[in-house]
Design a protein around this ligand. Structure first.
Ligand SMILES: C[S@@+](CC[C@H](N)C(=O)[O-])C[C@H]1O[C@@H](n2cnc3c(N)ncnc32)[C@H](O)[C@@H]1O
Length: 253
Protein backbone atom coordinates (compact mmCIF):
# COMPACT_ATOMS: atom_id res chain seq x y z
CA UNK A 1 0.00 0.00 0.00
CA UNK A 2 1.51 3.31 -1.08
CA UNK A 3 2.14 5.86 1.66
CA UNK A 4 2.57 9.58 1.16
CA UNK A 5 6.18 10.53 0.47
CA UNK A 6 5.61 14.17 1.51
CA UNK A 7 7.54 13.85 4.81
CA UNK A 8 10.68 13.10 2.74
CA UNK A 9 10.64 16.68 1.46
CA UNK A 10 10.32 18.24 4.90
CA UNK A 11 13.64 18.32 6.78
CA UNK A 12 11.87 19.00 10.08
CA UNK A 13 9.93 15.69 9.73
CA UNK A 14 13.14 13.63 10.21
CA UNK A 15 13.50 11.12 11.75
CA UNK A 16 10.27 9.96 10.18
CA UNK A 17 10.13 6.73 12.21
CA UNK A 18 12.96 5.51 14.39
CA UNK A 19 13.61 1.83 15.04
CA UNK A 20 16.85 0.14 16.06
CA UNK A 21 19.09 3.16 15.54
CA UNK A 22 17.99 4.00 12.00
CA UNK A 23 15.21 6.02 10.43
CA UNK A 24 13.23 3.08 9.11
CA UNK A 25 10.36 5.38 8.10
CA UNK A 26 12.58 7.43 5.79
CA UNK A 27 14.19 4.24 4.47
CA UNK A 28 10.80 2.80 3.53
CA UNK A 29 9.64 6.01 1.86
CA UNK A 30 12.81 6.53 -0.20
CA UNK A 31 13.11 2.85 -1.11
CA UNK A 32 9.46 2.05 -1.93
CA UNK A 33 8.95 5.52 -3.39
CA UNK A 34 11.68 4.87 -5.93
CA UNK A 35 11.09 1.15 -6.52
CA UNK A 36 7.30 0.89 -6.47
CA UNK A 37 5.66 4.32 -6.35
CA UNK A 38 5.98 7.51 -8.41
CA UNK A 39 8.79 9.25 -6.55
CA UNK A 40 11.27 9.22 -9.44
CA UNK A 41 8.98 10.90 -12.02
CA UNK A 42 8.26 13.55 -9.39
CA UNK A 43 11.96 14.23 -8.92
CA UNK A 44 12.49 14.56 -12.66
CA UNK A 45 10.42 17.76 -12.46
CA UNK A 46 12.63 19.17 -9.71
CA UNK A 47 15.07 21.69 -11.28
CA UNK A 48 17.84 21.09 -8.71
CA UNK A 49 17.75 17.33 -9.31
CA UNK A 50 17.51 17.78 -13.09
CA UNK A 51 20.53 20.09 -13.19
CA UNK A 52 22.61 17.79 -11.00
CA UNK A 53 21.63 14.82 -13.18
CA UNK A 54 22.89 16.79 -16.18
CA UNK A 55 26.27 17.16 -14.46
CA UNK A 56 26.43 13.42 -13.69
CA UNK A 57 25.68 12.54 -17.31
CA UNK A 58 28.10 15.18 -18.64
CA UNK A 59 30.98 13.52 -16.78
CA UNK A 60 29.63 9.97 -16.95
CA UNK A 61 28.39 7.95 -14.00
CA UNK A 62 27.81 4.23 -13.54
CA UNK A 63 25.03 4.90 -11.05
CA UNK A 64 21.43 3.99 -11.87
CA UNK A 65 19.24 7.14 -11.83
CA UNK A 66 17.38 5.77 -8.79
CA UNK A 67 20.68 5.73 -6.89
CA UNK A 68 21.35 9.33 -7.85
CA UNK A 69 17.81 10.20 -6.76
CA UNK A 70 18.36 8.46 -3.43
CA UNK A 71 21.58 10.42 -2.82
CA UNK A 72 19.71 13.60 -3.73
CA UNK A 73 16.97 12.98 -1.17
CA UNK A 74 19.48 12.31 1.60
CA UNK A 75 21.74 15.27 0.75
CA UNK A 76 18.97 17.77 0.20
CA UNK A 77 16.49 16.84 2.91
CA UNK A 78 17.91 14.27 5.30
CA UNK A 79 21.40 15.33 6.40
CA UNK A 80 21.30 16.34 10.05
CA UNK A 81 23.58 19.34 9.40
CA UNK A 82 22.59 20.74 6.02
CA UNK A 83 26.03 22.31 5.68
CA UNK A 84 27.81 19.02 6.28
CA UNK A 85 30.35 17.67 3.81
CA UNK A 86 30.38 14.43 1.85
CA UNK A 87 33.13 11.84 1.50
CA UNK A 88 32.91 9.71 -1.64
CA UNK A 89 35.16 6.67 -2.00
CA UNK A 90 35.20 5.50 -5.62
CA UNK A 91 34.52 8.35 -8.04
CA UNK A 92 35.89 7.02 -11.35
CA UNK A 93 35.00 9.71 -13.95
CA UNK A 94 33.50 11.84 -11.21
CA UNK A 95 29.84 11.51 -12.22
CA UNK A 96 28.33 10.92 -8.77
CA UNK A 97 30.76 13.41 -7.19
CA UNK A 98 29.84 16.29 -9.51
CA UNK A 99 26.17 15.29 -9.12
CA UNK A 100 26.37 15.87 -5.37
CA UNK A 101 28.58 18.96 -5.82
CA UNK A 102 25.99 20.48 -8.19
CA UNK A 103 23.31 19.93 -5.52
CA UNK A 104 25.42 21.70 -2.88
CA UNK A 105 26.07 24.56 -5.29
CA UNK A 106 22.41 24.95 -6.32
CA UNK A 107 21.30 24.97 -2.68
CA UNK A 108 23.99 27.43 -1.55
CA UNK A 109 25.40 24.94 0.94
CA UNK A 110 28.79 25.36 2.65
CA UNK A 111 29.76 21.69 2.47
CA UNK A 112 32.05 20.05 -0.05
CA UNK A 113 32.31 16.67 -1.77
CA UNK A 114 35.72 15.05 -1.23
CA UNK A 115 36.04 12.60 -4.13
CA UNK A 116 38.61 9.88 -3.31
CA UNK A 117 39.95 7.65 -6.07
CA UNK A 118 43.18 6.55 -7.68
CA UNK A 119 41.66 7.96 -10.89
CA UNK A 120 43.94 5.35 -12.48
CA UNK A 121 41.79 2.28 -11.95
CA UNK A 122 41.43 -0.52 -9.42
CA UNK A 123 44.37 -1.42 -7.18
CA UNK A 124 45.08 -5.05 -6.15
CA UNK A 125 41.90 -7.05 -5.68
CA UNK A 126 41.25 -10.38 -3.97
CA UNK A 127 41.37 -12.94 -6.81
CA UNK A 128 38.73 -15.17 -5.22
CA UNK A 129 36.50 -12.85 -3.23
CA UNK A 130 36.33 -10.05 -5.81
CA UNK A 131 35.35 -10.20 -9.47
CA UNK A 132 36.99 -6.89 -10.35
CA UNK A 133 40.62 -6.94 -11.40
CA UNK A 134 43.51 -4.47 -11.01
CA UNK A 135 43.29 -1.77 -13.66
CA UNK A 136 39.49 -1.89 -14.12
CA UNK A 137 38.18 1.69 -14.49
CA UNK A 138 41.59 3.01 -15.59
CA UNK A 139 39.96 5.37 -18.12
CA UNK A 140 38.78 7.84 -15.46
CA UNK A 141 40.00 10.93 -17.34
CA UNK A 142 41.38 12.76 -14.31
CA UNK A 143 42.55 15.89 -16.16
CA UNK A 144 39.16 16.19 -17.89
CA UNK A 145 37.45 15.91 -14.52
CA UNK A 146 39.58 18.76 -13.15
CA UNK A 147 38.73 20.90 -16.20
CA UNK A 148 35.03 20.10 -15.88
CA UNK A 149 34.98 21.09 -12.19
CA UNK A 150 36.69 24.37 -13.06
CA UNK A 151 34.49 25.20 -16.06
CA UNK A 152 31.26 24.52 -14.17
CA UNK A 153 32.21 26.64 -11.15
CA UNK A 154 32.21 23.53 -8.97
CA UNK A 155 35.67 24.00 -7.44
CA UNK A 156 34.28 25.22 -4.07
CA UNK A 157 32.05 22.12 -3.94
CA UNK A 158 34.05 19.19 -5.33
CA UNK A 159 37.62 18.34 -4.34
CA UNK A 160 39.19 15.26 -5.96
CA UNK A 161 41.57 13.42 -3.63
CA UNK A 162 43.83 11.34 -5.84
CA UNK A 163 45.56 8.18 -4.62
CA UNK A 164 44.88 4.97 -2.75
CA UNK A 165 42.42 5.42 0.10
CA UNK A 166 44.83 4.13 2.74
CA UNK A 167 47.34 6.76 1.63
CA UNK A 168 45.00 9.74 1.21
CA UNK A 169 42.37 9.24 3.92
CA UNK A 170 44.63 9.61 6.99
CA UNK A 171 45.49 13.20 6.00
CA UNK A 172 41.82 14.02 5.38
CA UNK A 173 40.42 12.55 8.61
CA UNK A 174 40.45 15.96 10.39
CA UNK A 175 37.79 17.01 7.83
CA UNK A 176 35.46 14.15 8.75
CA UNK A 177 33.93 15.79 11.83
CA UNK A 178 31.32 17.60 9.73
CA UNK A 179 30.65 14.80 7.24
CA UNK A 180 26.92 14.14 6.82
CA UNK A 181 27.14 11.42 4.20
CA UNK A 182 29.71 8.85 3.11
CA UNK A 183 29.22 7.27 -0.30
CA UNK A 184 31.24 4.06 -0.70
CA UNK A 185 31.35 2.92 -4.32
CA UNK A 186 34.66 1.11 -4.71
CA UNK A 187 33.36 -2.43 -5.32
CA UNK A 188 36.01 -4.55 -3.57
CA UNK A 189 36.54 -6.16 -0.18
CA UNK A 190 39.79 -4.81 1.31
CA UNK A 191 39.23 -1.08 0.77
CA UNK A 192 35.64 -1.27 2.01
CA UNK A 193 36.75 -3.00 5.25
CA UNK A 194 39.47 -0.39 5.66
CA UNK A 195 37.05 2.51 5.06
CA UNK A 196 34.44 1.24 7.54
CA UNK A 197 36.99 0.52 10.25
CA UNK A 198 38.79 3.86 9.76
CA UNK A 199 35.90 6.27 9.31
CA UNK A 200 33.18 4.96 11.64
CA UNK A 201 35.00 5.69 14.93
CA UNK A 202 35.42 9.32 13.79
CA UNK A 203 31.73 9.94 13.09
CA UNK A 204 29.51 11.69 15.59
CA UNK A 205 26.19 12.73 14.11
CA UNK A 206 24.13 9.91 12.61
CA UNK A 207 26.02 10.13 9.34
CA UNK A 208 24.46 8.41 6.32
CA UNK A 209 26.75 5.61 5.14
CA UNK A 210 25.66 4.60 1.65
CA UNK A 211 27.02 1.45 0.00
CA UNK A 212 26.62 1.24 -3.75
CA UNK A 213 27.90 -2.26 -4.33
CA UNK A 214 27.00 -5.04 -1.86
CA UNK A 215 23.73 -6.03 -3.51
CA UNK A 216 25.27 -6.41 -6.98
CA UNK A 217 25.87 -9.98 -8.13
CA UNK A 218 29.39 -8.91 -9.16
CA UNK A 219 30.43 -7.52 -5.76
CA UNK A 220 30.21 -10.30 -3.15
CA UNK A 221 33.50 -9.04 -1.68
CA UNK A 222 31.77 -5.73 -0.94
CA UNK A 223 28.89 -7.62 0.72
CA UNK A 224 31.40 -9.64 2.78
CA UNK A 225 32.96 -6.41 4.05
CA UNK A 226 29.58 -4.96 5.02
CA UNK A 227 28.48 -8.16 6.74
CA UNK A 228 31.73 -8.51 8.68
CA UNK A 229 32.36 -4.90 9.67
CA UNK A 230 29.05 -3.03 9.61
CA UNK A 231 26.57 -5.73 10.62
CA UNK A 232 28.64 -8.01 12.87
CA UNK A 233 31.37 -5.51 13.87
CA UNK A 234 29.36 -2.33 14.53
CA UNK A 235 26.10 -4.25 15.07
CA UNK A 236 24.05 -2.04 12.74
CA UNK A 237 20.82 -2.74 10.91
CA UNK A 238 20.15 -1.13 7.54
CA UNK A 239 17.94 1.91 7.08
CA UNK A 240 17.32 1.06 3.45
CA UNK A 241 17.84 -1.85 1.04
CA UNK A 242 16.81 -0.35 -2.33
CA UNK A 243 18.40 1.19 -4.37
CA UNK A 244 21.28 1.28 -1.87
CA UNK A 245 22.20 -0.36 1.38
CA UNK A 246 22.14 2.62 3.76
CA UNK A 247 23.22 2.64 7.41
CA UNK A 248 23.46 5.39 10.04
CA UNK A 249 26.40 5.81 12.36
CA UNK A 250 26.42 6.46 15.23
CA UNK A 251 23.01 4.86 15.60
CA UNK A 252 20.14 7.38 15.80
CA UNK A 253 18.31 7.95 19.10
C1 LIG B 1 32.54 1.71 -9.77
S1 LIG B 1 33.81 2.88 -9.82
C2 LIG B 1 33.03 4.33 -9.12
C3 LIG B 1 31.85 4.83 -9.93
C4 LIG B 1 31.46 6.28 -9.70
N1 LIG B 1 30.99 6.54 -8.36
C5 LIG B 1 30.45 6.75 -10.72
O1 LIG B 1 29.69 7.71 -10.44
O2 LIG B 1 30.44 6.22 -11.85
C6 LIG B 1 34.90 2.28 -8.56
C7 LIG B 1 36.15 3.13 -8.35
O3 LIG B 1 36.76 2.74 -7.12
C8 LIG B 1 38.15 3.04 -7.22
N2 LIG B 1 38.90 2.34 -6.16
C9 LIG B 1 38.74 1.04 -5.77
N3 LIG B 1 39.60 0.75 -4.76
C10 LIG B 1 40.31 1.88 -4.52
C11 LIG B 1 41.33 2.22 -3.57
N4 LIG B 1 41.79 1.32 -2.67
N5 LIG B 1 41.83 3.47 -3.57
C12 LIG B 1 41.36 4.40 -4.47
N6 LIG B 1 40.39 4.13 -5.39
C13 LIG B 1 39.87 2.90 -5.42
C14 LIG B 1 38.51 2.61 -8.66
O4 LIG B 1 39.66 3.29 -9.09
C15 LIG B 1 37.22 2.99 -9.42
O5 LIG B 1 37.38 4.21 -10.12
Amino acid sequence: MARSVEPLFNPSAYPIELLGGRDIGAGYLRGCGLEFWDLYPRLENDPVFAEALGAAYARGSLLHPHKLANLYLMVRYGMRDEHGSIFEFGSYMGGSAVFMGAILKALGRNGKVYAFDTFEGMPETDPVRDLHRPGDFADAGYQQLLSYIDQQGLAPYVQPVKGLFDQTLPGMLPNIADVGLIHIDCDIYEPIKYLIDTTFPQLSRGTYVVFDDPLFSSCLGAFDAVQESVIRGFNLTAEQAYPHLVFRYPALR
